[in-house]
Design a protein around this ligand. Structure first.
Ligand SMILES: [Zn+2]
Length: 172
């Protein structure tokens, strides 16, 4: 198990071990396993977001959350509940049946909608995609900024996705 830190311009995003474990537990290992997903909640400090909680799939999620209309009531309940614990909703995660995942055009549309529709003060939202390989190669993380109505993606330090896009260290 690693701690992962994704470096964006002006922002480090860390996935804490517990949250990473939740996401990896739902990896689409088998041919017939279905997509899973949930929300990510982070403790925010200047220059750093630490994702401490990744919620798992809710009852009734049959396919990837990006392929059907989400249950906004349940999502909002989750957001309110974690907010009371000092954790902000920072984006969604979901699984892909790929070794090294890449967002689909639907994924880009979905995260752009979330950025556009969300009413919080954050500069943007994260999208995490969990593939089959172990981290770091099996994880996609992108940061979608408010840019008028267009969400843009920044890769850490200009690096290609899945390559040199984070530091990793042994989890003690
Ligand atoms: Zn996807």
């Amino acid at each position: 198990m690693f701690e992962c830190v994704f470096k964006f311009q002006g922002l480090d995003v860390e996935i804490a071990p517990d949250a990473l474990e939740t996401m990896l537990a739902h990896r689409q290992r088998g041919f017939f396993s279905s997509e899973a997903g949930g929300q990510m909640f982070a403790r925010l400090s200047p220059g750093k977001w630490r994702i401490e909680v990744a919620t798992g799939p809710r009852h009734g999620d049959r396919r990837g959350r990006f392929h059907f209309w989400p249950n906004r009531k349940a999502e909002q309940d989750e957001i309110n509940s974690y907010f009371k614990q000092g954790l902000d909703f920072v984006g969604d995660w979901h699984t892909h049946p790929e070794n090294r995942p890449h967002p689909s055009s639907d994924d880009y549309r979905s995260v752009a909608n979330i950025v556009r529709e969300s009413t919080h003060e954050l500069p943007g939202m994260l999208m995490c995609i969990v593939g089959r390989e172990n981290p770091p190669d099996g994880l996609w993380m992108s940061f979608h900024l408010r840019d008028g109505k267009v969400a843009t993606v920044q890769y850490p330090d200009g690096a290609a996705p899945n390559k040199e896009s984070y530091r990793r260290r042994k989890f003690i």
